[in-house]
Design a protein around this ligand. Structure first.
Ligand code: DPX
Length: 558
């Protein structure tokens, strides 16, 4: 039994559960794209450029567990690197496949187009090594199946992007056909001795404490076990908080939920709860400068149990050789009840009063109306900027999901990422909040939402500039050219699209626009929300001041 290298890859992508792959065509990948179409396990989705292609794959991978994208050599792949950096930082297994020069041109001295203008064509793989967990450069059809499998297996196990380079004359070359996929999907068995020791040490940690709180972090998306967390909380009987980047990772209508822990900008009561706890069980946290509000919200390591994707640290000891799934499943079966923290009731979130219909639209009223739109079947994608703070302060029904990119924080990510998420989860409602500055980086991907008839509701927050930057450190560079954002949709529709572009300057106009958006099921609706530049969430200002102070620390003098 034989197939071709391209069709082998295509079959594997289908076998690991993908229904789509993202692509931008170029002469080094055209035959590969033909092979993927011919094999047909996954649908080919086209992006306007490779950066958007990568962000779409990253968004798809968040919703679907993994994603794939095909680009051409150098001009395509180098543009995709920012998005692959995002997938690395955010722990999303995106498989990046690049077409490459003909095998006969490597080492031949031939000078090729789309290259740096010298005759060494290994530089792209060298660059990719730094931002992927596996880099496979294929030079023979015979080895291709093993190399493709290695890259896919590594990406799925490590929850990181992987890179496969396929020369243009090998995409349709014959190779062995794929066997069963189980070896790519199976999780390695746990090191039972290490897992047992970890559970014993966890027991010692927990028995010595009463006020234990669970703190859920954003790496839990990659763990694939967010759904198991309520059972762990029920078993332990303790209170649960989430980090800002993990908003929505624990059902907010669960009795144990106590809000978002984000240092001084936490939900009411959450900071006292975490900082007053005698034990914090941190599940998949990322404690970066943003999460710690400029290194101010740092937890006492003696009171902290750190469970990450591949092991735990507790009582000054590290235990590895098992996944966080294996650990959490075992802990849920035998953790002691530690209900002390649950005695502290959840404090109510501040409510936003409803504005009069003819009142000038404010950030608060916009957030209130978007919050009301979110049901248990909604995914809210929140772009870097004030949209983070608006998403974090919302009250979510159980089942609602939030996607944000707080580790990588590359503006423009959210538009293609929301497109990817909508393709991966077509039965959910997809809502996007994106600032005007961020939107200008990747706006053209709305045209693909029109093309694929994706009914994404986009709230374009037009606060006339880089407001988060204005609050952190102001200067002329934070002021951008205004666009007719709602008007763009007419251009993207051309003659055949069903996108809708609307503009809201009052509370009533926004309410009316949301009703129109709900009824527009054959394409995206972009609602441009016109706000004053000075209008933003209070927490943004408080947080921004502290983060700016951390950025502005003078160099240490030795
Ligand atoms: C920058 C950021 O309009 O949102 O809510 O008004 O801040 P807000 P906007 O989308 O502006 C975003 C802007 C310029 N960050 O305030 S957060 C620096 C930056 C980045 N990523 C990339 N380039 C620059 N985060 C790719």
């Amino acid at each position: 039994m034989t197939t071709t290298v391209g069709q082998y890859l295509s079959a594997r992508l289908g076998q690991i559960g993908l229904k789509h792959h993202f692509a931008v065509a170029g002469d080094f990948n055209l035959i590969l794209l033909d092979e993927l179409l011919a094999e047909g396990s996954t649908k080919q989705i086209y992006s306007c450029n490779e950066l958007n292609c990568g962000y779409s794959a990253e968004g798809y991978g968040r919703a679907n567990g993994a994603a794939a994208m095909i680009v051409t050599f150098s001009v395509g792949a180098l543009s995709a690197m920012n998005a692959i950096g995002s997938a690395y930082a955010e722990n999303v297994p995106v498989i990046l496949i690049s077409g490459a020069p003909n095998t006969n041109d490597h080492g031949s001295g031939h000078l090729l187009h789309h290259t740096l203008g010298n005759t060494n064509y290994g530089y792209q793989a060298e660059m990719m090594r730094h931002i992927t967990c596996a880099t496979e450069v294929i030079f023979s059809a015979e080895n291709a199946p093993h190399q493709i499998d290695n890259a896919i297996r590594a990406a799925l196990r490590e929850r990181k992007p992987a890179y496969i380079e396929i020369p243009c004359n090998l995409a349709n070359a014959a190779c062995a056909a794929p066997g069963p996929v189980s070896s790519l999907l199976s999780e390695p068995a746990a090191d039972q001795a290490s897992l047992e020791a970890a559970l014993e040490e966890t027991g010692r940690f927990l028995y010595a404490r009463d006020k234990v709180v669970l703190l859920v972090g954003s790496r839990m998306r990659a763990s694939g076990i967010i759904d198991l967390l309520p059972a762990l909380a029920d078993r332990m009987g303790c209170a649960v908080t989430v980090m800002a980047a993990a908003k929505g990772f624990f059902p907010e209508d669960h009795p144990a939920y106590r809000g978002v822990y984000w240092g001084e900008v936490s939900s009411p009561g959450a900071q006292d709860l975490i900082e007053g706890a005698d034990g914090v069980l941190c599940l998949g946290p990322i404690f970066n400068d943003y999460a710690t509000v400029g290194w101010r919200a740092t937890l006492n390591p003696e009171n902290t149990l750190l469970a990450d994707l591949q092991g735990i640290t507790v009582n000054g000891r590290v235990f590895e050789g098992f996944s966080i799934r294996q650990y959490v499943e075992a802990l849920t079966a035998r953790a002691p009840r530690r209900a002390g923290s649950a005695e502290t009731p959840r404090q109510p979130q501040p409510t936003i009063p409803t504005a009069a219909r003819d009142a000038r639209l404010t950030n608060d009223e916009m957030a209130r109306q978007i919050n009301a739109l979110i049901d248990s079947n909604t995914t809210l994608t929140a772009e870097t900027g004030d949209s983070w703070f608006n998403a974090v302060r919302m009250t979510l029904p159980g089942g609602a999901k939030v996607e944000s990119e707080m580790q990588w924080g590359s503006i423009g990510w959210s538009v293609p990422a929301a497109l990817g998420g909508a393709l991966a989860a077509p039965d959910r409602r997809h809502v996007l909040m994106v600032g005007d500055g961020s939107f200008q980086l990747t706006a053209q991907e709305v045209a693909q939402m029109v093309r694929y008839e994706l009914p994404i509701i986009i709230f374009l927050v037009n606060n006339h500039g880089y407001v988060i930057e204005i609050k952190i450190h102001d200067g002329p560079y934070n002021y951008i050219k205004n666009w007719d954002y709602a008007g763009l949709i007419t251009a993207f529709n051309a003659k055949d699209g069903h996108g809708l572009g609307l503009r809201a300057t009052t509370a009533g106009e926004l309410a009316g626009a949301i009703e129109q958006a709900k009824a527009n099921t054959n394409g995206p609706t972009l609602i441009e929300c016109d706000l004053d530049r000075s209008d933003c969430t209070e927490t943004l200002v408080k947080w921004g001041t502290k983060v700016a102070a951390a950025n502005g620390r003078p160099p240490k003098v030795n």
